[in-house]
Design a protein around this ligand. Structure first.
Ligand SMILES: [Zn+2]
Ligand SMILES: [Zn+2]
Length: 333
C-alpha cells in the first residue's frame, strides 16, 4: 500500500512538473487513443545507478521501433532490467529483444545482463541474444557464459531441454561511429567522456525520420550535443553534486569528487540541451537516486528553457508527429 501511495505521489509530481516544464508541442495524454502509432517509443526501465533502491532500478532503457513485428532494443541492462521489462511488456518483450546495446562496462549498467539473458531464454527466446558494446563486451559475455554454464547445461541438456539457439549469444565489440542496421533501424555508437572509463559510448537511434539520442555515462561532452543536434529526444545522465556530497556512502571525499567529475551536472546538461535543441530532453541515470526532480529542475533551468522531463522508472516517451510522455503503470503478467 505504501508503495502504491509513493508511486502515485511520484507520478503526480511528474505530471505537475511536466505541466510546468512542457510547453506546446509536448502532449501529455493519460490515454492513447487510435492515433497513428509513434515511430519510436522509449521506456525508461531503470533511471538509477549503483545505489540499491527499488525506487530507481539500475540503468536500462527500452527503445521500440514501429516495425512489424516491433524492433526492440535495450540500452544497458542494470539491476532489475528483466523485472521492469517483464512488468511493461510481459513475456513477449522479455524473450524478444533484438539487440542489447551497452554504453560501457561499469557494473551498474551490466549487472542485470545475465538475468535478462537467462530468464529471457526460460521465458521463450529461441534465437541467439544479440549484444553490442564497446571494447571488452565480448570478453565479459564469454566469462558470463562460463559463470552460468551449470545452469545452461541443466536447462538445455538435462532437464527442461530449452532450445540451444536461445541461450547462444551473438556478441561483437564495436568501434564508435560505425552504424548498425536492424530491420531498417539505424543504430550508431559514438564516443562520450566518462573520465578514465574508456571506451564509453552514447547511442543514436534513427527510424523513419525520427531520432533519439542517449548520452550514456559522461561528463559534459561536445560529442553528445553534436550527435543530438536537432534530434527528437535526448536522454541524458545527470549528477546533483550537492546531494551526492551529502548522501555519498564513500568514506573518501576525494573519491566522491571523482565520481562527480565523471558525470554531468544539471547546469552542464542544460548547456548541452541548449546546443542540441531536442524536441524533448529527458534525464535518466539520476545520481544520487534520492535526488528529487526539483533538485534537478531548479539547476537545469539556470541554463535551459526548453522542454525537459526528469525521468522516473517506467516513463514512456512516444516519438511521432508529437512527442508524448506518459507512465506505463503496472501490469501483471
Ligand atoms: Zn552508471
Ligand atoms: Zn559509469
Amino acid at each position: 500500500m505504501r508503495y502504491w501511495l509513493k508511486l502515485c505521489a511520484a507520478f503526480m509530481g511528474l505530471l505537475m512538473s511536466c505541466s510546468i516544464l512542457c510547453p506546446r508541442g509536448i502532449a501529455m495524454p493519460l490515454q492513447n487513443t487510435q492515433e497513428q502509432q509513434p515511430e519510436l517509443k522509449i521506456t525508461l526501465l531503470g533511471t538509477g545507478n549503483p545505489r540499491p533502491t527499488s525506487e530507481r532500478s539500475g540503468p536500462a532503457i527500452l527503445v521500440e521501433a514501429n516495425t512489424q513485428p516491433p524492433t526492440r532494443l535495450l540500452i544497458d541492462a542494470g539491476r532489475g532490467a528483466a523485472e521492469r521489462l517483464f512488468e511493461v511488456g510481459g513475456r513477449e518483450a522479455l524473450s524478444n529483444i533484438n539487440c542489447v546495446l551497452l554504453t560501457h562496462l561499469h557494473s551498474d549498467h551490466v549487472v542485470g545482463l545475465p538475468d535478462l539473458w537467462l530468464t529471457g531464454w526460460i521465458f521463450g527466446r529461441a534465437a541467439p541474444l544479440m549484444l553490442r558494446g564497446p571494447g571488452g563486451t565480448s570478453e565479459m559475455m564469454r566469462h558470463l557464459e562460463e559463470a552460468y554454464s551449470f545452469d545452461v547445461h541443466m536447462r538445455r541438456d538435462v532437464d527442461e531441454h530449452l532450445p540451444a539457439e536461445g541461450i547462444a549469444v551473438d556478441t561483437m565489440d564495436l568501434q564508435p561511429d560505425t552504424p548498425l542496421n536492424i530491420n531498417g533501424v539505424r543504430i550508431t555508437p559514438f564516443l562520450v567522456d566518462h573520465g578514465p572509463v574508456q571506451p564509453a559510448f552514447g547511442w543514436k537511434i534513427e527510424f523513419h525520420g525520427r531520432s533519439a539520442v542517449f548520452s550514456g555515462d559522461t561528463r559534459k561532452c561536445d560529442n553528445v550535443a553534436k550527435y543530438a543536434s536537432g534530434c527528437d529526444v535526448l536522454v541524458h545522465e545527470v549528477i546533483v553534486p550537492e546531494v551526492e556530497r551529502r548522501l555519498s556512502l564513500m568514506r573518501d571525499p576525494a573519491a566522491t569528487q571523482r565520481v562527480i567529475d565523471h558525470h554531468t551536472t544539471p547546469e552542464e546538461a542544460g548547456d548541452v540541451f541548449a546546443l542540441a535543441k531536442p524536441r524533448l530532453a529527458v534525464f535518466s541515470h539520476i545520481v544520487p537516486s534520492p535526488a528529487t526532480s526539483r533538485d534537478v529542475e531548479i539547476a537545469v533551468r539556470r541554463r535551459y528553457k526548453g522542454p525537459v522531463v526528469v525521468g522516473v522508472d517506467k516513463l514512456v516517451i512516444e516519438i511521432g508527429d508529437q512527442v508524448k510522455v506518459r507512465h506505463a503503470g503496472h501490469r501483471h503478467h
